[in-house]
Design a protein around this ligand. Structure first.
Ligand code: FRU
Length: 499
């Protein structure tokens, strides 16, 4: 096929999007998160720092609010906060990617931005049988991409593999390029496999980097592998894990293994699987390494097979806020909102609550784009449960609860009464041994991201409240909790200010 047809498909997609934008309803439209201009998105792709700007691509269907033949949508930013939409970067327009340009990553080589992605071709969609190959595309301006004429660059798969071999994550070490791929074996074992190359075009299979040896699922999607504070972290999104108590409650999970990587022997020795975020909507996370040496993660802020009420509004899917990663002393990943997000604050709002005793306190804060930072004192604590309620309605029927269950030492995110559609409670262990427990919360029109105890535990969920349910409240049950400090900021709508 010719380059001209590629351009046609991209133009067609951009035109479709422009039309779709006119029809969109804004009630739940996010104010400071990345979503497509309209219609569907899922995984973040190709996160990269290129020529002084951050680029975020994403799985995108420009023609509808549901998943369809995947394109790559695209946004860029100078500061990880103020994003700008760019034209669709990749469209499925060749035989090898005709049913979708699936997830992948990016790397800069010789001032050129390379994308590596999975070309997806259905053999039998109802039976989930596909041919997946790895392909590259390049750009010097970071906006217009040309697919490599000899794509695919990897079409041979290990003998014991099914056709599910996708989502290349690329990095460079010395003069060698590496990718990890998510894979499902013929025996339904989820794993990550490893290839190397000297030129991005010819790749050699190196073997299995890690695989399911217990309850870790039949397929591992969207791997990422990097050094973090002297250790190595393998992130991936396993499908097919069974729920265990409060753990693994979502349709699919996203988590990590921490260990030591011996590059010469290509051996990764690691500990147990940990979930990365304990909310309802966090999947397919990917990272980038920036010029300040930070490792920054962004996830898809939805979950496969969930009800997604914004479909009725002409759009669906969003990416999480960028989070800086580090490793705790006990080798758990800490995720903090990147410092640049402070520039979203447009106004500090007074929040004068000193303690809460067996009551619900309505504050004067009624905002849809909001940041809250609260430290609850654990010193004279008698309450059995306490926390914050957000997006509360006047009549008390709607609320989203972010609380601490003291007896079980759990952080709780309860969206049973959050509004339209989605329900469910998520709970996870939190350390209550310090002087305080802190909740740092980012609220957007249909999302809540909780960073508890300075990012030691995070919960990310979508909520779909009425536009009039805006109140912030504090609560304590069966006793009292003192508030050591509480701050609130109204946040900017980065998309509104671009109009
Ligand atoms: C993860 C995923 C990837 C795949 C993409 C398709 O959410 O299933 O494995 O590349 O989505 O859109």
């Amino acid at each position: 096929m010719t380059t001209l047809m590629t351009t046609d498909k991209i133009e067609q997609a951009n035109e479709a999007l422009q039309k779709a934008v006119q029809k969109m309803k804004k009630d739940w439209r996010l104010g400071y998160h990345i979503a497509a201009p309209a219609n569907w998105i899922n995984d973040p792709n190709g996160l990269v720092y290129f020529k002084g700007e951050y680029h975020a691509f994403y799985q995108h269907y420009p023609y509808g609010e549901s998943w369809g033949p995947m394109h790559w949508g695209h946004a860029k930013s100078k500061d990880l906060v103020h994003w700008e939409h760019l034209p669709v970067a990749l469209a499925p327009d060749h035989d090898y990617d005709r049913d979708g340009c699936f997830s992948g990553s990016a790397i800069v080589k010789d001032d050129t931005l390379y994308l590596i992605y999975t070309g997806h071709v259905w053999v039998d969609q109802p039976k989930d049988i596909a041919i997946q190959t790895q392909c590259i595309a390049s750009s010097t301006d970071g906006i217009h991409f040309t697919k490599y004429e000899n794509n695919p660059v990897i079409s041979e798969i290990p003998e014991d593999s099914t056709g599910h071999v996708r989502d290349p994550k690329i990095w460079q070490s010395g003069d060698t390029y590496h990718i990890v791929l998510g894979n499902r074996t013929k025996e339904d074992i989820g794993r990550v496999i490893h290839y190397t190359s000297k030129d991005l075009k010819n790749w050699t299979y190196e073997g299995v980097l890690a695989q399911n040896e217990s309850n870790l699922g039949y397929m591992w999607e969207c791997p990422d592998f990097f050094e973090l504070d002297g250790k190595h972290a393998l992130l991936f999104s396993p499908q097919g894990m069974e729920a265990e108590g409060d753990r693994y409650q979502n349709r699919y999970q996203t988590g990590y293994l921490i260990g030591t990587y011996n590059e010469v022997a290509d051996k990764f020795e690691h500990g147990e699987f940990e979930e990365m975020d304990y909310g309802h909507d966090f999947y397919a996370v990917q990272t980038l390494h920036d010029d300040q040496g930070r490792r920054i993660a962004i996830g898809w802020m939805d979950m496969w097979d969930s009800e997604m009420p914004t479909k009725e509004h002409g759009w669906c899917g969003a990416l999480t806020l960028p989070r800086e990663l580090s490793l705790s002393a006990d080798e758990k990943i800490i995720m903090k909102p990147v410092a640049e997000l402070e520039s979203l604050r447009t106004q500090e709002l007074p929040l004068n609550v000193a303690s809460v005793s067996d009551e619900v306190i309505k504050t004067d804060i009624n905002e849809e784009l909001l940041e809250l930072k609260v430290a609850f004192s654990l010193k004279n604590l008698t309450a059995k449960e306490f926390g914050i309620k957000v997006r509360c309605s006047e009549d008390g029927t709607e609320e989203t609860l972010i609380g601490i269950d003291v007896e079980t030492s759990k952080l709780v995110l309860d969206r049973e009464h959050s509004g339209k559609g989605v329900k469910g409670i998520r709970k996870t262990a939190i350390n209550l041994e310090g002087d305080t427990v802190t909740l740092h919360v980012f609220l957007d029109r249909s999302s809540v991201e909780v960073f508890a105890n300075d990012g030691a535990v995070t919960m990310t969920s979508r909520i779909y409240p009425k536009t009039t349910s805006l109140n912030v409240q504090f609560y304590a049950v069966n006793g009292k909790v003192d508030i050591a400090s509480a701050q609130a900021w109204k946040l900017a709508d980065i998309w509104e200010s671009q109009k």
